[in-house]
Structure formats: structure tokens, C-alpha cells
Write a protein that binds this ligand. Sequence first.
Ligand code: 13P
Length: 249
Amino acid sequence: MRKQIVSGNWKMNKTESETTQLIEELKQQDLKSSVKVFVAPTFVNLSAAVKATKDSGIHVAAQNMHQSASGAFTGEISSSMLLDIGVRHVILGHSERRAYFGETDELLKEKVQAALQAGLHVIFCFGEELEERKSETHFDVVKKQLSTALFDLDATQWQQIVLAYEPVWAIGTGETASPEQAQEMHAFIRSLIRENYDSTCADAVSILYGGSVKPANATEIFSQADVDGGLIGGASLQAEDFAAIVNGF
Ligand code: 13P
């Protein structure tokens, strides 16, 4: 059985006190125990989040990390720094990292390998832009993103990978992929893994959908056969909305 996962990606939102407060509010919510729940606050608030979530069943993910183990990389954060404060998961490849910070598929391949070797689990994001969807190249784009960054991994390393398909045109726009569009792409992604590995590997990987998921549309999206959960931006910043999404399964 694939894991059902809902992760909040808080992006550059919430101070330390707001982080702790939102986690306390989430802990008051009745969250479905069958769903694995993550929050991903910004770097400076990860420690506080780890402490606040202790024994709650809520997990903490980082939003990024550097590919090197240590060294002269001003402003950067390494895998060992994350592990040392109790963070076991990292989001890599978010479209905002790709668009605003120049992260390429080749760089992401390095980051993924560094994270996995350090023992972190990776939530790997990818997805096409609006022009690519319009020109109907979205399947090719996704195939290239996945094959460059992930298809050199061996099958056992996939146990540490969660995929998050996030069409860029649906992020923060209020426009969601239709449940059919999400299912079509998720099924394609799973078929790619099946082709490059095998059915056991493909059937075990959780594939999340991200892009304007809200309480009102979560159930319909999560009910699709190959959608195993969501990566939630805006609606994860409010405890009731996020809980309603988690309980949308
Ligand atoms: P929104 O839910 O705000 O569209 O953001 C999605 C996202 O980027 C999650 O990583």
C-alpha cells in the first residue's frame, strides 16, 4: 500500500513564533491517522518546528539543501545540519527554486544524490510551465525532469523518494489541474518508473499533486487512482484549511 501524504510547503512565510503557533493549532486538529503529515517551514524555524512537533505524528521537512557536505558556500545549508537538528526530509526541485534560483535538472540530480547518501528522504518536485502545457510538450518536459534527476538512482534508493507533480501554471494561481489532468500525468509518471525500474518500484512510490489545492478540491484530486496526496502552499498556512485537506482523503 502506498503512503498517503499531505505536506505543507510554507515557503518564505511565518516567523519562529508564528511557526510554533501554527503547529500548536495543527496539533489541536483531528488529523486522519492514515495520512502522513508534513510541514516545511523556512530554515531558521526548522529547529523550533522539530521541537513543537515532537510526539505529535507531524513530520518536518526542509525546503532545500546544498549538494556539498560542507565548505565555503556562504548562506547555504548541508544535509548534516538538517539531520543534526532532527530533520529527516527535504523538498528538492521546487519550481520556485528552479525559476528564481537557477536550479537545473543536473544540479538537482547532485542534490538528490547528496540527500539520499546522507540518509535524508526527498520530496522531489517537478512539473511543466504554462507554455509547455499549451504546446502539449508537458509529458516530454516531465520525462526529462525525472530522467535527468532521478533515473540514475537504484531501485532501493526509491524507497527514500516521494514525487510531487506541480504544474507551474497551477501554483499560487487559484487554477488547479483538473482531477483528470492530474490523474493522466500521475499515471504517466508511474509508467515511466515502471519502464525504468519495475512494477514493484512504481507501485510503491507516492506521487503527490501540488498547485492550488484547497479544502474544496482536495477530495476530488486525492480520489484519483495515482494521486497519493498533496503538496500544499497557501492553504497550508492556516490550520483549519490544512486539516480539512489532510482529512480530504
Ligand atoms: P499553492 O498551493 O499555493 O498553489 O502552492 C503549491 C506549491 O507550490 C506547493 O509546493
